[in-house]
Ligand binder design. Structure first.
Ligand code: G
Ligand code: G
Ligand code: MN
Ligand code: NA
Length: 250
């Protein structure tokens, strides 16, 4: 397959890029960090979104190398931001299967001289579905390093709640589909409110994703969500746009 050949060379050819989307603190006015989002600058296809190639990278055994690059690049970039701004990195379950994830994280932090508390790793429920001892062990080692662990796309998978006591997450990120429908559907608003309360009870920070309007932000704030992310605050941007974005915000 043509795409496979191209993807194999994308790393060496310097075609992978990270974009960064701002993460906002409690009242939505302060930037607390950015989420790193992978892009492929393909010579002919243009900018390719991760949905179109991450799954292929997993199937073809390329996600280990790509994931290692993402970790290193994200830490390198975050080290240029004012402390304690954080960077969030998405992990694929395959990166846990390979076995050297913990070493990769340690190496990326050390090379960038980034404090572990400034790195957040986002995992999805799919990872915990396997419920393997080695996965839980790696998560525990990562936490011990001092990095934060977030459950991403919360509410979209199965039996989400059972995972919350099986592993001590620092944060849950409520999937943007809930936010998108909260004003049209009272039951969804109730679920959101309950998740925020659950977060407080379990001492988990709660991020609302996909915030696009000021009305949504106001409602989510009243529900006591801790962090906000979405087009209202900023779209994923290339690294070169970050300094002026930070300037404009202060
Ligand atoms: O940026 P965008 O909305 O197109 O991202 C789509 C999906 O791709 C998201 O679910 C996100 O978690 C995933 N994704 C983005 N960057 C990475 C990455 O570096 N590694 C992995 N495994 N997934 C990523
Ligand atoms: O699964 P994950 O949360 O990692 O996915 C992040 C993706 O969500 C990014 O690719 C980003 O482009 C997308 N995204 C971020 N904010 C918004 C938003 O406000 N609205 C919509 N529709 N998508 C968003
Ligand atoms: Mn994410
Ligand atoms: Na998400």
């Amino acid at each position: 397959r043509e795409l496979e050949m191209d993807l194999r060379e994308a790393l060496e050819n310097d075609e992978l890029k990270l974009f960064f989307q701002p993460l906002m603190g409690r009242d939505g006015s302060q930037i607390t960090g950015f989420e790193a989002l992978l892009r492929w600058q393909h010579p002919r296809r243009g900018l390719v979104a991760p949905n179109e190639f991450v799954e292929c990278a997993e199937q073809w055994g390329l996600i280990g190398k790509i994931g290692e690059w993402v970790l290193a690049e994200a830490c390198r970039t975050a080290a240029t931001w004012p402390s304690p701004m954080t960077v969030a990195v998405n992990l694929s379950p395959h990166q846990f299967a390979s076995g050297d994830l913990v070493a990769q994280v340690r190496k990326a932090l050390k090379a960038a001289r980034l404090a572990p508390s400034r790195l957040e790793l986002e995992i999805t429920e799919g990872l915990l579905l396997q419920d393997s001892a080695t996965t839980l062990d790696q998560l525990a080692q990562l936490k011990k390093l001092g990095v934060k662990i977030a459950m991403d796309d919360f509410g979209t998978g199965y039996s989400s709640l059972s995972y919350l006591w099986r592993f001590p997450f620092d944060k849950i990120k409520i999937d943007r589909s809930f936010v998108a429908e909260m004003q049209d559907n009272a039951a969804i608003a109730d679920i959101l409110r309950t998740i925020a309360l659950l977060g407080q009870t379990l001492n988990l920070e709660v991020t609302a994703e996909g915030v696009e309007t000021a009305d949504q932000a106001k409602l989510l704030s009243e529900m006591r969500c801790d962090h906000f992310q979405g087009f209202l605050y900023g779209r994923p941007m290339p690294v070169g746009d970050i300094p002026s974005f930070l300037m404009a915000a202060t």
